[in-house]
Design a protein around this ligand. Structure first.
Ligand SMILES: NC(=O)c1ccc[n+]([C@@H]2O[C@H](COP(=O)([O-])OP(=O)(O)OC[C@H]3O[C@@H](n4cnc5c(N)ncnc54)[C@H](O)[C@@H]3O)[C@@H](O)[C@H]2O)c1
Length: 433
């Protein structure tokens, strides 16, 4: 393929070198004359292991040149990859100025010389950016007019960028409607294994990954400071943590849904942060776990309020399925708040037997919801009733059973990501989807 690469920085240079090695002809484009000159000599304008050899070889093979002329580059190629910078503005917002300029120029070039073309955006941009750019600058060029636009987030790391480009840790491509790109692009650029989603999801996954990486580093560093204060080697602690690939380094606990609760997580986070405070340690990430959890609970209460329903049915009161442990259960907080606000409440939780509750669980209910028995229904039909908002906190009953009692007069609020609930005759809303 003949490919133009816009933005000859860290991402663009590596992209150009690696695609040239695969046999494609590359036209680099940058506004900085120095970078263009450097490219034209087959010399990388950045420092990155392995890239010098790739550009030199591409130059020798006649597969590499660069220009400052956008229209000329677009006219000479059938695929454009956009890798210009997206820096923070002074206020911290994302500055799309460079991307807007390039997309505007590409739109103008294609309008002046219409032809089939693929535009692949790699610059990191917030969800909705590609959609907005297409609407603003590329209207009418898409689809039958010959332009296809993709958002293809880049996950390379400087220092190992060439290896990362060849074997990305994750490959995701966003298309206008989530439909797969043509076979040629998948095999030559995106990779046959690449997940295909809509533009917005592909944009957000990049931010989610970077925020997750930042969270991991900040977490390890905070545990490190606690370790040092306790006279413990932090590397040993974190190495042990990483040995657990079932709960720690795994997809477990990475599904949006219920606020966390139960007898351990809130209590232990509280103890650790209180210990840090008493020792004069600043642990802002750990300190903000409980406020974040509380914020999530408030967003759930906000959705219940926004539903306009005054009758609420809670499916699952305990902090998770298959336990009767009510300690620090988010749904106990929800129930208590709703009762205080005058909602009519019914609760169904097959794992809960009030008579069998003992110890701290019993004390908790006696303090927080002394009349719990009057809201709890052993019979699903009686709990669900004829109408109301069903807050599905747990998959504590098969959907086939729910289908017998939930009608179009109900609404369902799916707290925990239970897709089969969409098949019920009621209206459906998810907490995070
Ligand atoms: N650097 C990384 O490790 C990395 C990894 C993944 C994603 N990203 C994302 O990729 C994008 C590019 O990052 P980078 O580190 O390569 O940036 P960079 O600043 O190194 O390079 C950007 C280049 O774009 C050029 N440019 C600006 N306006 C232009 C225009 N109108 N026409 C042509 N060229 C223009 C600049 O002159 C510069 O050479 C960013 O959105 C970044 O967030 C970077």
């Amino acid at each position: 393929m003949r490919i133009s690469v816009f933005g000859l920085g860290y991402v663009g240079t590596v992209t150009a070198g690696c695609l040239a090695r695969r046999g494609h002809s590359i036209v680099g484009v940058d506004v900085q004359g120095q970078k263009v000159d450097s490219f034209n000599q087959g010399v990388p304008p950045i420092v990155e292991p392995g890239i010098g050899e790739l550009l030199a070889e591409a130059k020798r093979a006649g597969r590499l040149r660069a220009t400052r002329d956008c229209a000329e580059a677009v006219a000479a190629t059938e695929l454009t990859i956009l890798c210009v910078g997206t820096p923070s503005s002074v206020s911290g917002t994302l500055d799309l100025g460079y991307v807007r300029q390039v997309v505007g120029e590409i739109g103008a070039a294609l309008r002046a010389c219409p032809k089939p073309h693929s535009l692949v955006m790699r610059s990191t941009m917030l969800p909705g950016s590609t959609r907005q750019l297409v609407a603003e600058f590329l209207g009418g060029l898409e689809g039958t007019a010959g332009l296809a636009v993709y958002y293809y987030p880049e996950f390379l790391r400087e220092g190992s960028a060439v290896a990362d480009f060849e074997k990305p840790s994750l490959a995701v491509v966003g298309t206008a409607d989530g439909a797969p790109p043509p076979e040629a692009l998948r095999s030559e650029l995106f990779g046959l294994e690449a997940a295909v989603v809509g533009w917005d999801a592909a944009e957000l996954v990049k931010y989610a990954c970077n925020a997750f990486h930042a969270t991991k580093i900040a977490f390890a560093n905070e545990i490190g400071r606690v370790s040092k204060q306790c006279g413990i080697d932090a590397r040993e602690v974190m190495e042990l943590l990483c040995r657990d690939t079932r709960l720690n380094l795994s997809a477990y606990y990475l599904k949006p849904g219920n606020p966390f609760g139960g007898s351990c997580l809130p209590k232990d986070v509280r103890a650790l942060t209180q210990h840090g405070r008493s020792e004069g340690l600043q642990l802002p990430l750990l300190e903000n776990l409980l406020p974040s959890n509380e914020r999530h609970l408030q967003s759930l209460l906000g959705l219940i309020a926004a539903s306009g329903q005054t009758e609420v049915i809670i499916l699952g009161l305990a902090f998770k399925s298959d336990t009767d442990d009510l300690r620090e259960s988010a749904m106990v907080e929800v129930a208590q708040t709703l009762l205080g606000r005058g909602y009519r409440l019914r609760i169904y939780d097959p794992a809960l037997n009030l008579a069998a509750l003992v110890g701290s669980n019993r004390r908790l209910i006696e303090v927080k919801m002394p009349h719990l028995a009057s809201f709890l229904h052993a019979d699903l039909a009686a709990a669900v009733g004829a109408q109301g908002l069903v807050v599905a906190a747990q998959p504590c009953v098969p959907v086939s059973e729910l289908a017998k009692v939930i009608t179009a007069r109900h609404r369902v609020l799916d707290v925990n990501g239970w897709p089969e609930l969409r098949e019920l005759p009621s209206s459906y809303e998810g907490l995070c989807w």
